[in-house]
Design a protein around this ligand. Structure first.
Ligand SMILES: O=C(O)c1ccc(O)c(O)c1
Ligand SMILES: [Mg+2]
Length: 625
């Protein structure tokens, strides 16, 4: 099976696109005519450039408004087609996509269209060209793959075949099972795209909101299963029209395309084992057992401030790494590592971002399996510096903002025995028991990619995306959960938002805050205040509104206010939060309590929290910028 992606899916010049697509591991590209025309390459130069990147041209597209035209428009459409066949000869490609007509003068009738394609097939045959017909779901007369197939069937010409595009089938809610009755050898090409379930005009939805399979809400897996059940063994090609991708980083978008195709094929194979899916086996996705540790990259001088905050949050030093200047801070089941090494990856991370979360250690049912799956999905391995004797090498991959995800084994001896001298007994602490969630900040146009990263690598679920109102712009938040791991991805569209500032000031660090869980937030918050933890002060207006919204008794509101706690409820339960002020670099901490199965993240409180942080960052008395 060949993997392919349309040039329209990736931003940049023709050359940028090719470089990103080749680096991501695709076999071929669909040349979207506009992308070629906009370059100043001759067809032969373009073809050479494609070959030099080790890629094939899988198809040339689109040719519009061909079938069903009356004379003299019909003759003109044929000569237009012949000119494109000339161009294809120079490009060295033999397959072209004709999409169903939207021409105002086009006449309906399956037989009329079939006659046009049969005549075209005769011309194409003399040039060794094959023509595929695709139903655009907004086509004037043909808007359904079943009608397009009927046109192809009646054209009855070896050089005329069908092209299927998951968007046009699924976007129009056509049952993909109907594909199973089409003979596989008459399907010339297959395009894949997903899209979020937002009701809107089909054409507009298609041209702006498509995304990679797995990033949206369409059942691309069912579509692909039906396609492969026909015996089709041609390319599977991503054709994604998306405004963010057009503006995004070519390499990241191409990588997520590759990841989405691999994960899709893996899903297809697992759902329908009788299908032949020509792809090497990869281990199944697993749920995260535990967030085993978070590691901060810092320096000797910078770590002092962090140490102070961790101490005030009830953590204490429980041990040290055997061979590196890494301190283990513990409380409950939370392990925080503070690395002050002036070498290797730690130095790179700290000098790029300042004190930053450089590694997240996750305990998996089988660490090697997770790492193998990550690599099969196109992840980059993180190569560690040589280890001292006795220390183990845990597989790691590159993650957002240049950080590392490290996989540890549930079954094996613990890293705390092999790599650390754990000296102190389990510290008492102030009630923090585990990591509740990790909040990662990124540019808005990277959110879909990182969300796909989690949902394809792990057995994970994603919540609906929510909007968070920052006084200076909108931040989108996407929560994901895999077993014990909860993450929130925050996408900053505006630079002056707190999230946008964080990205700018840390040169693109990822983890903006870590939330810990306690079972008694009132006791924990009181201890924080007593220990000099830099608690974020929440404005009085918030508490007035809280009393009104939830009908809380006055003494309870007063207690929340005294401790600077934020409060929320959902259908299931109750939720309390307390935040630190932004620490140097903008990183901050949160402590939460969940009761009765509350599953959110206090979204309604975010605007108040952000406003309070901004007041803190811009203290009264300083001139406004
Ligand atoms: O939006 C379009 O016009 C368009 C063009 C070619 C395609 O393959 C397609 O799916 C859509
Ligand atoms: Mg298409």
């Amino acid at each position: 099976m060949k993997t392919s992606i349309a040039t329209v899916s990736i931003s940049g010049t023709f050359q940028d696109k090719l470089a990103a697509i080749a680096a991501a591991g695709f076999h071929g590209i669909e040349i979207f005519e506009q992308d070629f025309l906009a370059s100043d390459l001759s067809p032969r130069e373009a073809a050479r450039m494609v070959r030099d990147h080790g890629l094939d041209i899988t198809i040339f597209q689109p040719f519009r408004d061909f079938e069903g035209l009356p004379a003299p428009l019909r003759q003109r459409a044929f000569s237009r087609a012949e000119r494109k066949f000339d161009l294809m000869a120079e490009l060295g490609t033999d397959l072209v996509l004709f999409c169903s007509s939207v021409h105002p003068a086009a006449l309906g009738g399956i037989d009329r269209a079939a006659d046009d394609f049969r005549a075209l097939g005769e011309i194409a045959a003399t040039r060794g060209i094959r023509v595929g017909y695709e139903a655009l779901c907004w086509g004037k007369h043909v808007d359904d793959h079943r009608d397009a197939w009927e046109v192809v069937r009646r054209a009855d010409h070896p050089n005329i075949g069908l092209i299927l595009d998951s968007f046009h089938t699924l976007g129009r809610k056509i049952d993909p099972e109907t594909i199973r009755r089409i003979p596989g050898d008459k399907i010339f090409f297959v395009q894949l795209a997903d899209a979020p379930a937002i009701p809107m005009d089909l054409l507009y939805w298609s041209r702006h909101f498509r995304n990679m399979p797995g990033e949206g809400d369409l059942d691309v897996t069912a579509f692909t299963r039906a396609v492969l059940a026909t015996g089709y063994d041609g390319p599977l090609s991503l054709e994604i029209f998306n405004d963010q991708f057009r503006a995004g980083r070519p390499r990241l978008v191409a990588q997520s395309g590759y990841r989405s195709l691999m994960a899709l094929m893996d899903q297809v194979r697992r759902a329908e084992p009788s299908l032949s899916v020509p792809l090497p086996n990869m281990p199944a996705p697993a749920a995260v057992r535990a967030v085993e540790f978070l590691e901060f990259a810092s320096s000797k001088a910078d770590a002092a401030a962090l140490d102070q905050v961790l101490g005030a949050a009830g953590f204490s030093v429980a041990g040290r790494h055997r061979s590196k200047p890494v301190t283990l801070w513990r409380q409950g089941a939370v392990n925080l590592l503070v690395n002050t090494s002036s070498a290797d990856f730690n130095l790179t991370s700290w000098s790029t971002h300042g004190t930053t979360v450089s590694e997240i250690g996750l305990t998996m049912p089988d660490a090697k399996d997770t790492a193998t799956r990550a690599m099969a999905l196109g992840a980059q391995a993180h190569v560690s510096a040589p280890h001292a004797t006795g220390e183990r090498d845990f597989p790691g991959i590159r993650h957002a903002g240049g950080s590392v995800l490290r996989f540890l084994d549930a079954g094996q001896a613990s890293i705390w025995d092999s790599d650390f001298d754990v000296t102190a007994p389990a510290p008492v602490g102030i009630g923090i028991q585990r990591v509740d969630h990790i909040a990662q900040t990124m540019a808005y146009d990277e959110m879909l990619s990182w969300s796909l990263f989690y949902t394809t690598l792990f057995e994970a679920t994603r919540a609906p995306m929510v909007d968070v109102i920052d006084p200076d712009g909108l931040v989108r938040s996407q929560a994901l959960q895999s077993g014990a791991l909860r993450v929130t991805l925050n996408g900053a569209e505006a630079r002056r938002t707190l999230a946008g500032q964080f990205i700018e000031e840390t040169y693109g660090a990822s983890v903006q805050h870590i939330a810990f869980e306690t079972q008694d937030i009132f006791a924990t918050a009181a201890a924080l205040a007593a220990r000099g933890f830099p608690v974020l002060q929440i404005g009085d207006n918030y508490y007035g509104d809280l009393a009104a919204r939830f009908g809380l008794p006055a003494d309870e509101v007063a207690q929340l206010q005294a401790l600077n706690l934020l409060y929320d409820e959902d259908g299931a339960g109750r939720f309390w939060q307390v935040f630190s002020r932004p620490l140097a670099g903008g990183l901050f901490l949160e402590i939460v309590q969940r009761a009765g199965g509350y599953s959110g993240y206090g979204g309604p409180n975010a605007p108040f929290r952000i406003a309070a942080m901004k007041r803190h960052l811009r203290p009264a008395g300083l001139p406004k910028r």
